[in-house]
Design a protein around this ligand. Structure first.
Ligand SMILES: [Zn+2]
Length: 292
């Protein structure tokens, strides 16, 4: 991802190429794991994520934005622009008039208000980062209650747009450390929750025509005062998990090109066959889509 992409002929050619892809993804499922440090996911026992990776592409070194905290990071994932542009923070939530609408809002318009559900373990992600006027099903609960609720919603409603934000991973990181045994154990539990959602997608027969992305917003580290937290620019805080599976997506590949959390929005729009806005910071990284 480059900050000033407008004048770069390579990136323009890349955009041109991806815009020629057929519109194949009928459903978009995005599973967000707050605080999943990329290299920790690689080390932890995560059979469901491993299986997803085998069917798609993965990087354990996707980069988040600065500061490496949830509001700006999920804000960039949703709007396709860097925090300097979207300016989303606690006292400045995304509004219906924002010049940088979320991809949920853009796709809702393009797809004529399809069934859409957003689920949050930390309510502000859903209330402050997704337009309040948007007609989507919204629900909030801790991960362990949220996941079965969201999986049931997927099974009954067959949403075309779906986003869930899981928070337990980051909570364990803050309490016990982002390289602790407890953190690695939680990664396996979080993996099983991801599995419940993947099962629902699979059982409905939606796997092949759906774009499924699992990603994180930041990692975490041990600060000098002994606290376990994040916000800085160290690799421990910046490197995050990013996995993607779907129609037109390569399979069994590790992505070599740099991926920024912001680029998630570009991959989503491209998979849906919708051209990227010219003023976006998000680009489609090389090595994700099968070349046209
Ligand atoms: Zn945190």
């Amino acid at each position: 991802m480059q900050i000033d992409a407008s004048g770069d002929p390579n990136l323009q050619a890349q955009r041109q190429r991806v815009m020629q892809l057929p519109a194949t993804a009928q459903n978009i499922f995005v599973i967000g794991i707050d605080g999943a440090r990329g290299p920790a996911v690689r080390e932890a026992k995560t059979p469901r994520l491993d299986a997803l990776f085998a069917q798609g592409v993965v990087t354990y070194q996707a980069q988040t934005v600065l500061p490496s905290v949830s509001y700006p990071a999920w804000g960039s994932m949703l709007t396709g622009v860097l925090p300097e542009k979207h300016q989303v923070r606690e006292e400045h939530p995304l509004t219906d008039e924002s010049p940088w609408p979320s991809w949920i809002s853009r796709l809702s318009r393009c797809w004529d208000e399809p069934p859409a559900g957003v689920f949050g373990a930390w309510a502000p992600i859903i209330t402050d980062l997704i337009e309040p006027g948007l007609r989507v099903h919204r629900a909030y609960a801790p991960d362990c209650a949220l996941v079965p609720m969201a999986a049931a919603y997927v099974r009954y409603v067959k949403p075309r747009l779906f986003f869930i934000h899981l928070d337990a991973q980051d909570l364990v990181g803050h309490r016990r450390g982002y390289d602790s045994q407890a953190y690695m154990k939680q990664m396996t539990i979080t993996d099983s929750w991801v599995g419940l959602l993947l099962d629902a997608i699979e059982d409905l027969g939606l796997t092949e025509n759906s774009l499924t992305i699992v990603l994180s917003d930041h990692g975490g580290t041990t600060y000098e005062d002994g606290s376990f937290t994040h916000g800085g620019s160290s690799p421990e805080e910046m490197n995050v998990l990013w996995v993607c599976r779907g129609p037109g997506i390569q399979s069994g590949q590790e992505i070599k090109a740099p991926v920024n959390i912001t680029d998630t929005a570009a991959v989503i729009l491209t998979a849906a066959g919708i051209p990227l806005p010219d003023d976006w910071d998000a680009v489609v990284p090389e090595g994700i889509f099968v070349p046209a």
